[in-house]
Design a protein around this ligand. Structure first.
Ligand SMILES: [Zn+2]
Length: 292
């Protein structure tokens, strides 16, 4: 039986996202739906989020409108689908500082946060460079960086330096430097608690937008194809993809891209009244299904 229950929770979407950004290269090949989502884990006495979503006010709202985000719902409503309240959340892992992953940190008053030090340091640096360098800070809300610093002052945000095992029982984090962002982090869950686990899940942040980043579009000739949005290098994205896939023994569907609209058809899922998907990847002992 699994140690942690796992759900992927949609909270908004971009209905028509260019395929050329999801998958580097193919221009003029149309669009796909891009859900915005975060991951909820429950187990071992913890209620854990991987990323927070954003706050649909101020500059977060401006960025969301720029990217064509629709059907936004806040964490109170989204987490209620799994019987969780924001104040119940004990730990949050931030994969990277883009607004749609880090922008709602203020909604979790009892949580301890983990992020890579390099991510915070380099965004502060990039924000000092001036307007002609604004590509480098495209999806960052400076207010989120300020919130991160304030949480550090309160002793609630831990800046990690690289890879760490068992940050929580069975949960490891890995730095993928200079990829999608300067200090992107992916999270590995060994859901049987074993070091040599047979039940590994990886939460990829935006190192992947779609499973197609692991296979390419030609099933006859698989290849790694990086996402089309990086401040680091495509090589680093490809090697991070290979490392993640290796960690799950080559079982693609265990490397979770939260922006992948096909999660709902690969795993048990339910569409909420608000038109959002709840996707259930695993259930721990004693937990009831939230998609039945
Ligand atoms: Zn991102």
């Amino acid at each position: 039986m699994a140690d942690y229950s796992i759900w992927v929770l949609d909270y908004a979407a971009v209905e028509k996202f260019p395929l050329s950004v999801m998958l580097y290269g193919p221009q003029y090949q149309g669009t796909r739906k891009l859900p915005y989502a975060y991951v909820l884990l429950k187990g071992k006495g913890g209620t854990i989020l991987i990323d927070t979503g954003y706050d649909h006010v101020n500059y977060g709202k401006t960025l969301a409108e720029l990217y064509g985000v629709t059907n936004y719902h806040g964490p109170v409503e989204v987490l209620a689908e799994c019987g969780v309240r924001p104040q119940d959340v004990t730990t949050v892992f931030i994969t990277h500082a883009h607004f749609d992953h880090m922008g709602a940190m203020g909604h979790f008053p009892n949580a301890k946060f983990y992020v890579q030090q390099r991510e915070i340091d380099k965004w502060v640096w990039a924000l000092t460079l001036g307007p002609e360098y604004r590509f480098l800070v495209g999806a960052v809300d400076p207010a989120d960086i300020v919130t991160a610093v304030e949480l550090t002052r309160q002793g609630r945000l831990v800046c990690l330096d690289g890879d760490h095992e068992d940050v929580l029982p069975g949960i490891d984090v890995h730095l993928a430097a200079d990829t999608h962002t300067y200090g992107s982090m992916y999270v590995t869950l060994r859901n049987d608690g074993k070091r040599d686990s047979q039940d590994v899940w990886i939460f990829a942040g935006d190192l992947l937008y779609t499973y197609d980043n692991l296979t390419g579009l030609d099933p006859a000739s698989p290849q790694f194809v990086p996402i089309g949005l990086a401040v680091g290098s495509q090589s680093n994205l490809i090697f991070a993809s290979a490392e993640m896939l290796r960690s799950v023994g080559g079982e693609h569907k265990r490397v979770i891209p939260v922006h992948e609209n096909r999660l709902q058809s690969l795993f048990p899922s339910r569409r909420t009244v608000a038109g959002l998907q709840v996707v259930e990847l695993a259930l721990a002992a004693g937990e009831t299904s939230k998609v039945a």
